[in-house]
Design a protein around this ligand. Structure first.
Ligand SMILES: C[S@@+](CC[C@H](N)C(=O)[O-])C[C@H]1O[C@@H](n2cnc3c(N)ncnc32)[C@H](O)[C@@H]1O
Length: 209
């Protein structure tokens, strides 16, 4: 596999196919459990969902009172998320700003968000740099949640659905966060609930006030 296969056009094609073949699965996918754990303990504020896809987490956050900036480079996914938000209701739709942007360069306003989350996004060989850029968007006292799907399942040695992708790992994420600015709350690999479906690298950090 080449990096080429995870560029914007490839993700547009993946989303178009997923929505054509499995619209019901996409529509009913529950929000990410790591996100629920972190956000469930926070008072709603401003959130950034970087690489939001079709927006299951964005929609959950907005339904729970967060104002969300949802960034992805695939317009197919953003359009679906926007339309889902409108179906849920105007209060949810009005709380989300859907932004088309490439996370290789898109930079959040410094210190703006109470929560920055980035789940399962291919980071094209510049993981530490991307982590630092996203982390800079977290407000003092705010939370950062990064989750990467490990391309090889360490328990089985088998390739996962993320094979060929460069996603965040615990070591690279922690190395990118200056301990004088960040308290690491969680930094560990967690096997997914369905046996053999892979392992998530989970990093939850709090920006020191
Ligand atoms: C595996 S999906 C995950 C979507 C969502 N975060 C989730 O957990 O369901 C990866 C998403 O990242 C987006 N993506 C990948 N690389 C990106 C980049 N450089 N800039 C913006 N979005 C990107 C893709 O379009 C896709 O929607």
């Amino acid at each position: 596999m080449t990096t080429e296969e995870f560029d914007r056009d490839s993700w547009e094609r993946r989303w178009a196919q997923a929505l054509r073949d499995h619209a019901d699965v996409v529509a009913t996918r529950p929000p990410n459990p790591h996100l629920l754990t972190v956000a469930g303990d926070l008072r709603p504020g401003l959130a950034l969902d970087a690489g939001c896809g079709h927006g299951a987490e964005t929609l959950w956050l907005a339904a729970h009172g967060w104002r969300v900036t949802a960034v992805d480079f695939a317009t197919t996914a953003l359009d679906h998320g926007r339309s889902s938000a409108e179906t849920i209701g105007t209060d949810v739709a009005e709380r989300v700003d859907w932004v088309q942007g490439d996370l290789a360069t898109w930079t959040p306003p410094p210190g703006r968000y109470d929560l920055v989350t980035c789940l399962y996004v291919h980071m094209a060989g510049a993981v530490e740099q991307t982590v630092r850029r996203l982390a800079a968007g977290v407000a003092p006292g705010g939370a950062l949640l990064l989750v990467g799907h490990r391309p090889i399942d360490p328990t089985t040695g088998n390739a996962t659905a993320a094979a060929g992708q460069v996603q965040v790992s615990v070591d690279t994420a922690v190395a990118a966060l200056d301990p004088s600015d960040w308290e690491i709350v969680v930094a560990e690999d967690r096997p997914r609930a369905a046996a053999g479906s892979g392992v998530d690298a989970v990093v939850h950090a709090r920006r020191r006030p």
